[in-house]
Design a protein around this ligand. Structure first.
Ligand code: MCN
Length: 745
């Protein structure tokens, strides 16, 4: 399959002439939205947010296109080459409309509308209020204000999105490079009106997702609908241009923030107003609010903020839809809060570490101003250890030695707290009907004594095959090599949604522990029966059970399992045959992960270039299942954070045309830009999750941009430059320096 995608950001679709394309040898079918109207129902993401306007998710645009790259015609051919040639042979009569390229301008009364039927481009608003912020600001000894800007960003997984659909008499199998096979199955059942048990969605080895693959996409529905129509399997593999144009995008917010403090640097209040460019549609199932709500939810960070007002608005523009990206909202929230604190510290003559220490939350559980419950947090401890590892004082000494050199050193800190393993108490959006708060595990010992642990999760690089096997092996008492983890297949495991929001260790690990405990209990009962001992006296480890104190009286897990399936004669009286369990886990609120990042940078005043010399992360992700995997997760996240801080930006021009549609223009960091990254784990078990795990998959990306921005501000502080916009490219540094340079002549 190949798509004819809109070349326009905003246009009416007139006559579509498919005749030449259809006549080409090798073309199987060409369809428009009208051809699918009777067989595909639109999907809508529900929410009770005030002023929320849901938009339809359809496989192809009908009547009007709202962003460059939106699919309009689907072509199925014998090969992708033929399909692409056929796309070129299609003639569409476009009637271009004035584009809406800018969120602030889109709020003006005279702006063209992305969706005329709403009568506005503001498609959602949300606010969090706590205490009374006006008097807190009015009576403050110090008030710092800034307008921050975090530019639009691409998640850029190495593997582009792809989907392959095949129908047989039993129903549909869809292979998709998705993070959320469970959500895609449910969505396809609704959109194609097929019973859920007739749909199997498989996410095979997926080459990264970073949040981009955690939504339901038009292309997935299109391949399934077209495969049904033509009676043959249909495959679509997106190319990089399609990925940059038509996958969900991230960030793109402007934040007006005001922080009020007393003379000692204690926070009195925080006010923030966030304007988010959410693109053309509200995505399924997250709505268009996911990024902006997270920014205002998490802005107060790990600090005591007695009065808070956080307001967010999502504004539709003619760009690809906004979606979740590693960290969701928190990279932006952390950048804003940490930058405000550094500005306050500079005005008050305080050490950046000291202002943080004076404001950290120290009592737990703590209810944040947006209603999040922090169950724990190692804020001061991560800060002190990171400062030690980064040699903070050594950098300060080196700075004073360098004086006015043209290459300035800077050191920057960022601390954050992150809600991970989110349970059912925190809905993705008010009133949203998405089962993100629960996850299941099935643990089965087969008659050969090997263990299969299956999950509704869909690992795409996080190493669940290793870490969840560790959890099952440890809890059950099996050899690690005897445990196989199965995930990413809706027909092979319990009900689940997928892998996103740093939830798999907490929810998958929690469900795995519950299921493994059930299986272990039964295995102990069977072993006790076979060994003629009391179950309380049986040890079960490394796939063998023995009587405590009498290691010769032993049976293997294989022998226990065979008995379990051979039935009554081998089992204790009344015990049901079989050796497997399925359990679900809901951590209710979730648990708080935290970390401090410190970046040391060098800024070349002549080139405007920033080099990150070293980056330190000290993190508390609870009980660490696998230190090397946690380290890998953190380093990968920091690499993406460096990209967001210094390089990566999706640039749209004033016609809402993407100017960075290839990797010649959109610049992710390479090995050259990534310094040595030091990661230290604190290993402080969560008080509120089974197993004590806290999530870690996003943290690197949350802390790094803020720490780097603060380091650059530190390097340029004596020149009167403070960073308020990311990425801080050489071009932006030049402009900032030029605007501050003393005039001569
Ligand atoms: N882990 C651990 N000990 C802990 C916590 C976690 O050993 N205390 C392990 C887990 O068992 C898992 C890994 O660390 O193997 C990440 O766990 P977790 O924090 O639960 O996150 P998820 O597995 O739910 O992964 C989602 C998260 C997100 S939201 C994004 S975005 C992201 C990320 O993970 N995208 C990734 N990491 C990624 N890594 C790769 N390679 N590719 C992506 O697309």
């Amino acid at each position: 399959m190949a798509f004819l995608r809109s070349p326009h950001a905003h246009a009416r679709i007139g006559r579509v002439d498919l005749a030449s394309a259809r006549a080409m040898p090798g073309v199987v079918t060409c369809v428009t939205a009208a051809d699918l109207r009777d067989t595909v129902r639109p999907l809508r993401a529900a929410s009770r947010m005030t002023g929320y306007h849901a938009t339809d998710l359809l496989p192809l645009a009908a009547d009007k296109v709202r962003y460059q790259g939106e699919p309009v015609v689907a072509v199925v051919a014998e090969s992708r080459y033929v399909a692409e040639d056929a796309v070129d042979a299609i003639a569409v009569e476009w009637s271009p409309l004035p584009p809406v390229p800018d969120a602030r301008a889109a709020m003006a009364a005279e702006s063209p509308l992305v969706h005329e039927e709403f009568g506005t481009n503001v498609i959602l608003t949300r606010a969090f209020r706590h205490g009374d912020v006006d008097p807190a600001l009015a009576g403050a000894a110090l008030v710092v204000r800034e307008r921050f800007r975090f530019r639009r960003h691409a998640a850029l997984p190495i593997e582009n999105r792809a989907a392959l659909a095949a129908w047989n008499a039993d129903g549909l199998t869809l292979w998709s490079s998705t993070q959320v096979p469970g959500m895609v199955r449910d969505a396809l059942a609704e959109s194609l009106a097929v019973p859920g048990h007739r749909i199997r969605v498989v996410a095979p080895d997926v080459g990264g997702g970073f949040g981009l693959k955690s939504s339901v996409y038009a292309e997935e529905i299109a391949v399934a609908a077209l495969a049904r129509r033509v009676g043959r399997p249909v495959k679509w593999i997106g190319d990089r241009r399609e990925d940059l144009l038509a996958s969900t995008q991230a960030w793109d917010e402007e934040i007006d923030a005001t922080l009020a403090l007393d003379g000692h640097g204690t926070i009195r209040g925080l006010r923030a107003s966030v304007l988010a460019d959410v693109g053309a549609y509200s995505i399924v199932p997250w709505t268009a609010s996911i990024e902006v709500i997270q920014v205002i939810s998490f802005l107060p960070g790990p600090y005591r903020v007695p009065a808070y007002l956080g307001e967010g608005a999502g504004v539709a523009t003619n760009k690809a839809p906004m979606g979740p990206y590693r960290g969701v909202g928190r990279p932006v929230a952390t950048f804003v809060m940490e930058s405000l604190l550094d500005r306050a510290a500079r005005r008050l003559g305080l050490d950046p570490r000291e202002i943080r220490r004076r404001n950290f939350i120290t009592e737990f559980p703590w209810r944040s101003p947006s209603g999040i419950v922090w169950d724990s947090g190692s804020f001061a401890e991560t800060l002190d250890e990171a400062a030690r590892l980064a040699d903070w004082d050594g950098v300060r000494a080196a700075q004073s030695l360098r004086g006015d050199a043209t290459r300035r050193l800077g050191v920057g800190v960022a601390s954050y707290v992150e809600l991970t393993g989110i349970g059912s108490a925190i809905p993705a959006s008010p009133g949203a009907d998405i089962a993100t708060g629960t996850e299941g595990a099935t643990v089965r010992v087969d008659p050969t004594g090997t263990v299969t642990a299956s999950f509704g999760l869909a690992c795409h690089g996080q190493g669940h095959e290793t870490t969840l096997a560790q959890v099952v092996a440890d809890t059950l008492g099996a050899r690690l090599d005897d445990v196989r983890v199965v995930h990413g297949d809706t027909s092979a495991g319990p009900i689940g949604t997928g892998t996103y929001a740093s939830r798999s260790a907490v929810l998958g690990g929690g469900a795995a522990i519950l299921a493994s405990r059930s299986v272990r209990e039964k295995a102990l009962a069977i072993a006790a029966h076979q060994l003629e001992a009391d179950a309380r006296d049986i040890e079960l480890q490394e796939s063998a059970a023995w009587v405590r104190g009498a290691p010769d009286r032993r049976v293997s897990l294989r022998e226990i399992a065979r008995s379990a399936y051979l039935g009554a004669r081998r089992l204790p009286k009344g015990l049901e045959p079989g050796l497997e369990a399925t359990r679900y886990y809901d951590p209710f609120f979730g648990t708080a992960s935290s970390a401090t990042h410190i970046a040391v940078v060098e800024v070349d005043l002549a080139l405007g270039a920033v080099t990150v010399l070293r980056h330190v992360v000290v993190e508390d992700c609870g009980r660490v299942i696998n230190p090397r995997i946690v380290e890998g997760q953190t380093i990968g996240g920091v690499a993406q954070g460096i990209g967001g801080a210094l390089l990566e930006e999706l640039v749209y021009d004033d016609q809402a045309q993407l100017a960075t549609g290839s990797l010649m223009d959109y610049l992710p960091p390479t090995a050259w830009e990534i310094p040595p990254i030091v990661v230290r784990h604190l290993d402080r078990p969560s008080p509120s999750t089974i197993g004590g795990f806290k999530g870690v998959g996003e943290g690197g990306t949350i802390g790094a941009p803020a720490a780097i921005a603060n380091a650059v501000s530190d390097a340029l502080g004596s020149l009167g430059v403070e960073i308020a916009e990311l990425p801080v490219t050489p071009d932006r540094i030049f402009r900032l320096l030029a605007s501050r340079a003393p005039r001569t002549g």
